[in-house]
Design a protein around this ligand. Structure first.
Ligand code: ADP
Length: 244
C-alpha cells in the first residue's frame, strides 16, 4: 500500500526580494513499511520537503497524498487532527511541552489519540528504556541536554505508532552512544513495519534505510534502493552500501 505520494510538488519562498525555489517538482512515492532517507547538500530543499509532507509548511503547487487521502488542501486544524493519529515528527527544534515531565511529553500523543492509559504508559516505558532515558522520566525538558531532548522528541514521535514517521536530522546533536541507541530503536520500529522518511547527513543512519533519495537544488537527482554486499578480502572492511 502506498503511504505517501507527492505529485509535482513545488515550494517557492516568495517573502524576500527575490523568490527562492526551494522544492522544484518533486514526485515521491513511499510504500508502507519503507525506510527512506533524504540526502543532499545544505540548501537542497530537504527540510522544506519534509515540512510540507507533515503539513508544517504550505506548498506552492502540486499534490501531497497521505494514506490515499489528499492532504495539501487541508486546513491547519484538519492537519492537526491528521497528524495526531498518523504522523510522528522529529524535527531540529524539539517542541517539547515545557511544563510537562519527559514521561508526560512522551505519553501525550498516545493519550490524545485515544490509546488506553495503561497501554500508553507501557509504550512510554519501552521507548524511554530503549533510548536510555528511563532515569530522566520525571525531569522537565529544560533540565535536559540538547541530545536528551532530541531523544525525547523521537520517543514522543513514536508513542503513537504513527502511519508515517518524519524526521529531520534526528541524530544531529547526539554523541556516538546515543546515536547508537537511536539507530537501534529506528531499526526495531522499522522491522515492526513503521514507515519512515528521514533527512540525514549521517551515513550510519542512511545505511539502515531501504532507499536513498538525493536532492539537489530542490529536485530529485537520484532515487535508489540500497543494496548491501559483504566486501571480500578479509580486511575487515565490512559492509559496503551501494546505491542503484
Ligand atoms: P536543506 O534542508 O536541504 O538544507 P532547506 O529546505 O532548508 O534546505 O532550504 C532550501 C532553500 O530554501 C535554501 O535556498 C534556503 O535558503 C531556502 N529557504 C529555506 N527556508 C526559507 C524561508 N523560510 N524563507 C526563504 N527561503 C528559505
Amino acid at each position: 500500500m502506498t503511504i505517501l505520494r507527492t505529485v509535482n510538488l513545488v515550494k517557492i519562498y516568495s517573502g524576500g526580494a527575490v523568490p527562492v525555489p526551494a522544492v522544484r517538482g518533486v514526485d515521491l512515492t513511499v510504500e508502507e513499511g519503507e525506510f527512506v532517507v533524504i540526502m543532499g547538500p545544505s540548501g537542497s530543499g530537504k527540510s522544506t520537503l519534509v515540512h510540507m509532507l507533515g503539513g508544517l509548511d504550505n506548498r506552492t503547487s502540486g499534490e501531497i497524498w497521505l494514506g490515499g487521502k489528499r492532504v495539501d488542501t487541508l486546513s491547519e486544524s484538519a492537519w492537526a487532527v491528521l497528524r495526531r493519529k498518523h504522523v510522528g515528527f522529529v524535527f531540529q527544534f524539539f517542541n517539547l511541552v515545557a511544563n510537562m515531565t519527559v514521561a508526560d511529553n512522551v505519553e501525550l500523543p498516545a493519550l490524545l489519540a485515544g490509546v488506553a492509559p495503561k497501554d500508553a504508559k507501557a509504550r512510554r516505558e519501552h521507548l524511554l528504556g530503549a533510548l536510555n532515558l528511563t532515569e530522566r522520566a520525571d525531569a522537565a525538558p529544560a533540565q535536559l541536554s540538547g541530545g536528551e531532548q532530541q531523544r525525547v522528541a523521537l520517543a514522543r514521535a513514536l508513542a503513537n505508532q504513527p502511519t508515517l514517521l518524519l524526521a529531520d536530522e534526528p541524530t544531529g546533536n547526539l554523541d556516538s552512544r546515543n546515536t547508537r541507541d537511536v539507530l537501534r530503536l529506528l531499526s526495531e520500529v522499522h522491522k515492526d513495519g513503521q514507515t519512515i522518511v528521514m533527512v540525514t547527513h549521517d551515513a550510519r543512519v542512511a545505511s539502515l534505510a531501504d532507499r536513498c533519495v538525493s536532492l539537489l537544488d530542490g529536485e530529485i537527482v537520484d532515487d535508489g534502493r540500497i543494496s548491501r554486499r559483504r566486501s571480500g578480502g578479509g580486511s575487515g572492511a565490512g559492509e559496503v552500501i551501494e546505491l542503484r
